[in-house]
Design a protein around this ligand. Structure first.
Ligand SMILES: Nc1ncnc2c1ncn2[C@@H]1O[C@H](COP(=O)(O)OP(=O)(O)OP(=O)(O)O)[C@@H](O)[C@H]1O
Length: 589
C-alpha cells in the first residue's frame, strides 16, 4: 500500500526560520508578495480591477494583531484546502511546473514564514470567481480549520480579496508594530506597482525613483554622491536600472554589492555577481522581471542567464567609458585617477580600454606624471622599469643623463606594456635593465679612476662581504655618491657556472660563451666620481677609513634602493654608523 510523507510543521518552521530565511523580518515581504500576486491574478481576469494593499500594524504595547488586506483574486473554499493547507502547493506555477510570468511567488512556502512571528494566522477571503467567503485559521502547532461564512451577515460584509491577521507569538510582537512594519514594507515594497498603505500612509510610488532623478536616488542609496549614473538595460530579462560609478575610495578587493529588485520587490542590497569583477567601482540598482531568485529570495540564482546578464552589464559600463573618453577628457582623466586599478585590469584584455589608459592614465616618469602617449611622443618609445624601487633609484640618474624612464612597477603595468607591444610592435615599449642605464654613464677622468681603484683594493674584504663589485663612473646628479644595482649578468653567470658544474664539458663551454661580465658579484656599487665625497675617498691613505667609507656608501645606497635589509646589512649599518660617530666625536684622533 502506498503512503504519503507526513510533515512535521514545527520542524518545517524551524527549517525556514533558521536555515532558509536569514531573519523573521521576511514575513513582511512574503505577505506583501502574496497580496500583490493576488492583485495581479485578479487583473489578469479584469484589467481595471482595484489594486490596493492595506496594512494595519499593532499599536505598540496594545497586544493586538497585525492585519493585511488586499483587493486581489481571493480564494474559494476548495482553493483554501488545496493551496493554503498543503505545503509546497502554489497557484503560481503552470501545469509543467514552470513559474508563471508576472508572479512573485513560486515555491508554495512563503505563507509559512508568517509563523516566524505569529502563533496563529487567520485568513478571511472571498474569491473573485464567486462563492461564499471562507475563513481559514491555522496554528503554529500544525492544525488548521476552515469555515464557510455562507449566508450570515459576516459573509455579506466580506469584499472580494483577502485579509490576513497575525496573532504574534510571545517574543515577536515588536515585529508587528508600526515603526518596524513601516520600515520593512518601505524597504521591500516601496517600488511595487500597487498602492500599499501602512497605518493610513501610502508608502509606494508609481514610478521608479531612478527614472526621475538617478543621481539624487543614487546619493540616497549609496550614502555618497556618485561620480556618474549610467542607465542600463537588458531587455531579454526585463532588466532596467542604473549603474552608479562610485567616487574615489573603493578598494578593488571590496565585495561588489548591488541592489536588486525582482518584479519591483527588493531581493537585497548586497547582491553579488551582477557585474564582472573588474567593475568593482560600480554599484547597480536594477529591477528585473525574469531573473531567478533562490528559494529564500535573498539572492539570485547563479545560472547561465545571470552570467549573460553580467557580461551584458559589463559591456554597457565599458561602452560608457569609451563614450566618456570620446566626449569628456577631463572627466575621463578624473575617473581614471579614481579607479585606475579596475580600468587597468580591463585594459589587459580589452584593446579600447588599453587605448583609453594609453591616452589618459598618468604614469610616474622621469619627466613627472605623464600618460603613455605623452611619454611616447617625447621619447619615441616607452622605456620602462618593472619595479617601483628600482625605478626610484634609477630615475634621478637617468633623468640627469636625459634618458626617459617610466615606472611600470604597479599592478597590471607590465601586462599593459606587453599588450602594447603585441598590438603596436616591439618599438612600442621596452623593458630597461639597470645595466643599460649604467652603460649611459660617463667614464671617469683616468687619474681619478686609477686613484679610486687603488683605494677600492683596500676595501676588497668589505665589497666581498656584501657580494659587491665597485664600478667608478662619472654622472649627474653630482650630489648622489653611489648607486646600487643588481648585476643581472653576474647572477646569470653564477647560474651558468652552477649549471656548468653539472653539465657535460661541451655544453658548459657553450653556456660560458654566453656570459660576458667580468665579475660574478650579485650587485654593483656604482661610485660617482663627480661627487665630492667619492673624490675625497680617492685621496685617502688610512685603509681603515677607506673600508669604513666604502661600507657606509654601500649601506647608504642600499637604503636608497629600498632593498630589504638582511641581518648582515643591519650589522653593517650599525657598524659604520657607530664608527663614523666615534670618529666624529674624536675617538680616533
Ligand atoms: N493574499 C492571498 N490572496 C490569494 N491567494 C493567496 C494569498 N496568499 C496566498 N495565497 C495562495 O496560497 C498559495 C500559497 O502561498 P505561499 O505564500 O505559501 O506560496 P507562493 O506565494 O505560491 O510561493 P512562495 O513560497 O514563492 O511565496 C499561493 O500560491 C496562492 O495561491
Amino acid at each position: 500500500m502506498a503512503h504519503t510523507f507526513g510533515v512535521d510543521l514545527r520542524g518545517i518552521i524551524d527549517l525556514l526560520s533558521h536555515h532558509l530565511y536569514s531573519s523573521p523580518r521576511v514575513y513582511a515581504r512574503e505577505l506583501l508578495q502574496n497580496a500583490v500576486d493576488a492583485i495581479t491574478a485578479r487583473r489578469a481576469l479584469r484589467p481595471d480591477a482595484p489594486g490596493e494593499v492595506v496594512i494595519e500594524p499593532i499599536d505598540s504595547g496594545t497586544g493586538g494583531t497585525l492585519r493585511i488586506s488586499d483587493t486581489g483574486i481571493g480564494l474559494t473554499e476548495r482553493e483554501v484546502h488545496d493551496l493554503l493547507s498543503t505545503l509546497g502547493r502554489t497557484s503560481k506555477r503552470d501545469e509543467l511546473g514552470f513559474a508563471r510570468q508576472g508572479y512573485l511567488g513560486q515555491f508554495g512556502v512563503g505563507l509559512l514564514s508568517a509563523f516566524l512571528v505569529a502563533e496563529r494566522i487567520r485568513l478571511v477571503s472571498r474569491s473573485a470567481k464567486g462563492g461564499p467567503a471562507v475563513r481559514w485559521t491555522a496554528n503554529a502547532a500544525g492544525d488548521y480549520e476552515v469555515e464557510v461564512l455562507d449566508g450570515a451577515g459576516a459573509d455579506r460584509e466580506v469584499p472580494v480579496g483577502t485579509t490576513i491577521e497575525l496573532v504574534p507569538n510571545r517574543d515577536s510582537e515588536h515585529w508587528l508594530e508600526r515603526d518596524v512594519v513601516r520600515a520593512l514594507v518601505v524597504e521591500y515594497g516601496e517600488l511595487l506597482p500597487v498602492r500599499v498603505v501602512v497605518a493610513g500612509e501610502v508608502v509606494t510610488s508609481e514610478t521608479l525613483p531612478w527614472a526621475q532623478d538617478a543621481l539624487g536616488y543614487g546619493a540616497r542609496v549609496l550614502g555618497v554622491q556618485p561620480f556618474d549614473a549610467i542607465p542600463v538595460e537588458v531587455p531579454t530579462v526585463g532588466l532596467t536600472g542604473v549603474a552608479y560609478v562610485l567616487p574615489r575610495g573603493v578598494h578593488p578587493g571590496a565585495r561588489q554589492s548591488h541592489r536588486v529588485y525582482l518584479k519591483r520587490m527588493l531581493v537585497g542590497d548586497s547582491i553579488e555577481g551582477l557585474l564582472p569583477e573588474w567593475a568593482y567601482f560600480i554599484r547597480c540598482v536594477v529591477d528585473s522581471s525574469s531573473l531567478r531568485p533562490t528559494a529564500s529570495r535573498e539572492s539570485l540564482y547563479q545560472d547561465e542567464t545571470l552570467l549573460a546578464v553580467r557580461e551584458e552589464l559589463g559591456r554597457q559600463v565599458r561602452d560608457w567609458l569609451v563614450r566618456l573618453d570620446a566626449t569628456d577628457p577631463d572627466r575621463t582623466s578624473a575617473l581614471l585617477d579614481a579607479h585606475h586599478l579596475g580600468i587597468k585590469s580591463l585594459a589587459r584584455v580589452d584593446d579600447e580600454m588599453l587605448r583609453l589608459v594609453e591616452r589618459w592614465l598618468p604614469f610616474e616618469t622621469t619627466d613627472g606624471g605623464q600618460s603613455l602617449r605623452q611619454f611616447k611622443r617625447k621619447h619615441g618609445s616607452v622605456a620602462y622599469v618593472p619595479d617601483v624601487d628600482e625605478f626610484r633609484q634609477l630615475a634621478p640618474v637617468a633623468h640627469a643623463q636625459g634618458m626617459g624612464l617610466l615606472n611600470a612597477g604597479y599592478a597590471y603595468d607590465v601586462e599593459i606594456m606587453d599588450r602594447l607591444v603585441a598590438l603596436d610592435g616591439p618599438a612600442a615599449a621596452r623593458r630597461v635593465a639597470p645595466n643599460e642605464v649604467l652603460a649611459a654613464l660617463g667614464e671617469p677622468e683616468p687619474d681619478v679612476e686609477r686613484a679610486l681603484r687603488d683605494r677600492l683594493a683596500l676595501a676588497k674584504d668589505v665589497l666581498e662581504r656584501h657580494d659587491c663589485e665597485a664600478v667608478p663612473r662619472d654622472f649627474d646628479p653630482g650630489s648622489l655618491p653611489a648607486l646600487l644595482v643588481t648585476n643581472v649578468e653576474g647572477e646569470r653567470k653564477r647560474d651558468v657556472e652552477q649549471a656548468g658544474e653539472q653539465a657535460d664539458p661541451l655544453w658548459a663551454e657553450l653556456l660560458g660563451s654566453l656570459v660576458s661580465s667580468e665579475s660574478d658579484a650579485s650587485q654593483r656599487l656604482v661610485l660617482n666620481c663627480r661627487n665630492p665625497l667619492v673624490r675625497r675617498l680617492a685621496g685617502l691613505n688610512d685603509s681603515a677609513l677607506v673600508e669604513l667609507t666604502v661600507e657606509s656608501l654601500y649601506v647608504h645606497a642600499l637604503l636608497q634602493a629600498r632593498r630589504p635589509m638582511r641581518p648582515k646589512d643591519t650589522a653593517a649599518l650599525n657598524r659604520s654608523f657607530l664608527e663614523l660617530l666615534d670618529r666624529a666625536v674624536g675617538g680616533h684622533s
